[in-house]
Design a binder for this molecule. Structure first.
Ligand SMILES: Nc1ncnc2c1ncn2[C@@H]1O[C@H](COP(=O)(O)OP(=O)(O)OP(=O)(O)O)[C@@H](O)[C@H]1O
Ligand SMILES: [Mg+2]
Length: 416
């Protein structure tokens, strides 16, 4: 008989202690174009399976030492071999043994003496089933991955939307609050001025040596009035910063801006301040081939001013004050570096400095001689101003040495 039996692709492991059976089945399956591995007992099969990964196992039930059931149990316990379909070969016809085989995880059985065509048919069926199962598992994994990805995307998008909505709501709230505060603030300032004037008038009308109680009372009113003026000043500083922020929400038209000229102008402006001119060494290093970028001039000027002010503030107690401003570019971005030899920023504060109202400076009126004051809105405002141009700010800083703030602007700007 030399007809080639139809088989297929795949590796089959035959486990049988009977060398004759093994040989006949080996030849038959080999002839059916399968790759065939053999083992003569359960232990040998398990050893072989540490290296090989057959697509199907034909397992004899009756074997010395470790029988087929025992071998099957081991196979199903090991995650590496658990999914390989097992077909039992059994001479036993009692129902109980067949049931035991299925209970142990076998997919099928064939009875001895073997009908080779039957073996082939069953082998082919289970190989196909096995492949379909693997295919399904892979598809399922792919689907699960797509699902995870989708879930992540939805979550991220939702977070962005909530954040945008929050920012917009806060912006509207701030505008409303600032608007409502302006009139009462003006009233406070005016009334306080009137009170001061009235005290002056009263003092002038009194005799040169007024009653001590009256003198004391007038004095204390004057002190209270000074306190009110100071508090008013603090509130106005915050209000002005907030108004700047809400002004930003009204989008202005972007026009090509020459950042080098903008920086030169800022330096000329600073040079007019004698404090800066005489006490601060400055270095302006401009890339003359810097392209013009579509920006809102006043917004970028505001960003640069805020950063330069911070740099100067950071150096108020420094021995050597050096302010460096530099422009540079690469293929995709333009950079403005503003560096100082000031106090520097501790690493754990590097993120917080961009939070609104984060400041290490005292409010106006509470500063020591020459000490800079702040509201903590400067850097936050910078980020908001840069947002429409997809700009960002990077910081490098070393405590006691100084800091470099870098404005990063993409060359391709899509205003959004
Ligand atoms: N160049 C710098 N060197 C050291 N610290 C800095 C520098 N720039 C900013 N900081 C730190 O970041 C904080 C926040 O800066 P930001 O400009 O937002 O507010 P501010 O300068 O304190 O107040 P405002 O700018 O509103 O008047 C500052 O108080 C300071 O501690
Ligand atoms: Mg500032």
């Amino acid at each position: 008989m030399n007809t080639r039996t139809t088989g297929g692709e795949g590796v089959i492991l035959i486990v049988d202690d009977n060398a004759t059976n093994l040989g006949v089945l080996f030849d038959y399956l080999k002839n059916a174009t399968f790759r065939v591995l053999v083992a003569q007992h359960g232990k040998a099969a398990l050893e072989l399976l540490q290296e090989a990964r057959p697509d199907l196992i034909l397992l004899d039930v009756l074997m010395p030492e470790m029988d087929g059931f025992e071998t099957c149990k081991h196979l199903k316990e090991n995650p590496a071999t658990r999914d390989i379909p097992v077909i039992f070969m059994t001479a036993l016809t009692e129902t109980v043994d067949k049931v035991r085989g299925f209970e142990l995880g076998a997919v099928d059985y064939v009875t001895k003496p073997l009908q080779h065509e039957e073996v082939l048919a069953r082998v082919n069926t289970h190989l196909t089933l096995g492949r379909l199962k693997q295919h399904l598992i892979r598809k399922n994994e792919e689907l699960a991955a797509v699902n995870r990805n989708l879930a992540h995307l939805v979550q991220e998008k939702t977070r962005q939307l909530v954040q945008q909505e929050k920012t917009a709501t806060i912006g509207r709230m701030i505008q409303g609050i600032v608007h409502n505060m302006k009139t009462p603030l003006a009233v406070i300032a005016n009334s306080n001025l009137v009170i001061t004037k009235k005290i002056e008038k009263l003092s002038a009308g009194l005799s040169s040596t007024p009653e001590p109680e009256i003198a004391e009372l007038l004095n204390s009113i004057a002190q209270d009035s000074a306190l009110v003026e100071k508090a008013h000043g603090q509130i106005m500083q915050i209000v002005n910063n907030l108004m700047l922020k809400s002004r930003m929400d009204q989008s202005a038209d972007a026009k090509p801006v020459n950042l080098n000229s903008l920086l030169k102008q800022e330096f000329d402006f600073l040079n007019a301040d004698p404090q800066f001119k005489h006490k601060t060494e400055k270095e302006l290093q401009l890339d003359e081939r810097l392209p013009e970028l579509p920006l809102v001039y006043s917004d970028i000027a505001q960003v640069v001013e805020n950063l330069i002010n911070n740099a100067l503030d950071a150096m108020w107690q420094s021995e050597n004050r050096r302010l460096g401003v530099r422009t540079r570019q690469d293929s995709s971005h333009v950079y403005i570096d503003i560096s100082d030899t000031g106090s520097g920023i501790p690493p754990d504060k590097l993120e917080a400095i961009f939070d609104p109202f984060f400041t290490t400076k005292p409010p106006k009126g509470e500063e020591n001689e020459g000490e800079p004051t702040g509201t903590g809105l400067g850097l936050h405002t910078c980020l908001e101003l840069l947002k429409p141009f997809r700009g960002e700010i990077r910081v490098e800083s070393e405590v006691g040495k100084g800091s470099t703030f870098t404005v990063v602007l993409p060359k391709e700007v899509h205003k959004g």
